[in-house]
Ligand binder design. Structure first.
Ligand code: TXA
Ligand code: MG
Length: 349
């Protein structure tokens, strides 16, 4: 095991909280993907995130807090009544895989928001992440927001195990807490709260879908727009936007990814890896080292496929595949978020 990976014992959690409070980077498990954590109210600590990941500074960060009360301190003092009512509906998903984009409190660092006037906030639903956030608050005497992007080198596949974090960023972090494999496996759903004149809007799809969100909101919300290719964003991307700073090329393995139509049969040319969604009997979570036909979902469930998606793309790279053909899945439920990530992985930009 990598020397920086620690079991999340009480003492390891206290140590991680202390390291974060002192401005160091820590690899932290959440229910979605692992985060590269730094204290979010310390400009030098936040700067280290951008350096470690090679992340463009115009791409803003999500602040993580332990509960909705701590979240409220990060929002502008005067939200409109419609924003307050949308917030009260949506925060019932916390702790959970939902990030809210809200007008920011003046105390929030420009480095976090990329100079914009909104802040992204979420309460992660993972016992280790919550323990660290609470321990920081205890040691500090008041809550401290934790900035945490996915703990991968910029544009590579997000990490869903502690080893994934160590592989990409082991040298850059003080420690990594091992919370096991991430339950969801895809990044949080991001929702922009909207304004008096505009409805709430999904900026990034995730485990929580449009119907679930709308039901809790009591009003419709706009779905995710198709991602813009990086080329279209270059000119206009100096400021953060209502749509997140997401380039089409994202979540990509080194291997070239091709999308095949739904239900395509498995007949890959030699040297090409084929990954589908069929419940075929394969050992080792569906990726048999001897075969070039894998499945994301040995049990046929899209939730399982989501949890396996990044692991399998990383494993394909480890096995030095140059080409991966991936079969499309139905765009229902979490299948919408899976297809969003696969399209980005396959985009040639
Ligand atoms: O599940 C997750 O959200 C994970 C875990 C670690 O919490 N975090 C994550 O962070 O995926 P990251 O940095 O890899 O993706 C955050 C996305 C980026 O696309 C960023 O552009 C967008 O959130 N974002 C952050 N602040 C924003 C803002 N104020 N307005 C619009 N988009 C924002
Ligand atoms: Mg990311």
């Amino acid at each position: 095991m990598h020397p920086k990976i620690h079991r999340p014992t009480e003492s390891a959690i206290a140590h991680a909280a202390d390291a974060l409070l002192h401005g160091h980077l820590v690899g932290l498990p959440t229910e979605t993907v692992y985060g590269l954590a730094a204290r979010g109210d310390d400009a030098l600590a936040v700067e280290q995130i951008f350096v470690a990941k090679g992340r463009p500074r115009h791409n803003p960060l999500i602040l993580h807090v332990a509960d909705a009360d701590a979240a409220r301190r990060l929002f502008a003092d005067h939200l409109s009544s419609i924003q307050r009512s949308r917030l009260s509906g949506l925060k019932t998903f916390w702790p959970g895989p939902l990030t809210l984009i809200v007008p920011k409190h003046p105390s929030i660092l420009d480095a976090v928001t990329a100079g914009g006037d909104t802040v992204a906030v979420r309460v992660p639903d993972h016992p280790v992440a919550l323990s660290v956030l609470r321990e920081m608050s205890r040691q500090n005497g008041s809550p401290v927001p934790v900035a945490a992007p996915s703990a991968n080198v910029s544009n590579y596949v997000s990490p869903t195990t502690a080893s994934h974090v160590a592989e990409g960023l082991g040298d850059q972090v003080a420690m990594i807490l091992d919370g096991g494999s991430c339950r969801v496996g895809l990044e949080s759903t991001i929702v922009f709260l909207g304004t008096e004149d505009s409805p709430p809007r999904i900026l990034r799809s995730g485990r929580l879908g449009q119907a679930e969100l709308a039901a809790r909101l009591g009003e419709p919300l706009t779905g995710q727009q198709h991602p813009q290719p990086a080329s279209a964003l270059k000119e206009s991307h100096h400021r953060p936007v209502a749509a997140p700073g997401q380039f089409a090329k994202h979540y990509s393995p080194r291997a070239e990814v091709f999308l095949l139509p739904i239900d395509s049969s498995a007949d890959p040319p030699p040297g090409t890896l084929h990954i589908g969604f069929d419940p075929i009997a394969l050992s080792d979570a569906g990726s048999d080292a001897r075969s070039n036909v894998w499945t994301f979902a040995p049990d046929g469930r899209l939730e399982t496929a989501a949890a396996n998606l990044y692991l399998m793309l990383r494993r394909a790279d480890q096995q030095n595949y140059r080409r991966i053909e991936v079969v499309a899945c139905p765009e229902q439920g979490i299948g919408i978020a899976i297809m969003d990530r696969l399209r980005r992985a396959a985009s040639g930009d």
